[in-house]
Design a protein around this ligand. Structure first.
Ligand SMILES: CC(C)(COP(=O)(O)OP(=O)(O)OC[C@H]1O[C@@H](n2cnc3c(N)ncnc32)[C@H](O)[C@@H]1OP(=O)(O)O)[C@@H](O)C(=O)NCCC(=O)NCCS
Length: 168
């Protein structure tokens, strides 16, 4: 198993994985459109020895106070059912955080289960006056700080790209 940055040849395997892992094609269509519109900051894949995609994490830009401040959102995250509970989800996220850090991104946000994401170093966003506009996300909206000064002078709504509204 290999964890690495997505390359062009992975697109079809990522699409198939997302269609297997989620009940509808929404996530697959979302990733396709983000990629088409150059709104996919980073994709991380887990592949088996034959190069088949068995896990995926996507990161795309989010806007803070109407500006791009080098923040990204993690979504979607998926691991093939047969490969779950072996730490692949966690490794995909860590690889993503490492790469984003290397390239100077400031922070990563996610809407997900706090019990799981807190184990990976994410913290609740609300105490930092950071909020997601989507309904009922307050308790699940979390942030991971990459840059020491990421939060300096930054509060308010974190806006995902319009692609997310289109596919919501
Ligand atoms: C979420 C998902 C990516 C996790 O992948 P994974 O490779 O199994 O994750 P890991 O092996 O790194 O972590 C597994 C651990 O986290 C827990 N865990 C995994 N996903 C969780 C979730 N969404 N909420 C709470 N706990 C979760 C598991 O119970 C397990 O706990 P343990 O370490 O105490 O045994 C995978 O379950 C999946 O693809 N689910 C379907 C798609 C989905 O719901 N994606 C998330 C929303 S975009």
């Amino acid at each position: 198993m290999l964890i690495r940055t997505e390359i062009g040849v992975d697109a079809a395997g990522i699409d198939r994985l997302l269609r297997r892992c989620f009940a509808t094609g929404t996530e697959a269509d979302l990733v396709h459109q983000l990629r088409e519109d150059a709104q996919l900051t980073l994709g991380v894949v887990a592949t088996d020895d034959a190069g088949q995609v068995l896990g995926y994490a996507a990161f795309s830009p989010v806007i803070m106070q109407g500006e791009d401040r080098g923040w990204v959102g993690l979504a979607p995250l998926a691991v093939d059912e047969r490969w779950r509970n072996q730490g692949i989800g966690r490794q995909l996220i860590f690889e993503g955080l490492d790469t984003l850090n290397e390239f100077g991104y400031a922070a990563v946000v996610v809407v997900g289960d706090p019990a799981w994401y807190s184990r990976l170093g994410f913290m609740p966003a609300a105490p930092h006056q950071l909020h997601c506009k989507w309904a009922d996300t307050e308790a699940n909206f979390q942030v991971y700080k990459l840059a020491d000064n990421a939060f300096d002078g930054i509060t308010g709504d974190v806006e995902y790209s319009e692609h997310f509204n289109r596919f919501a």
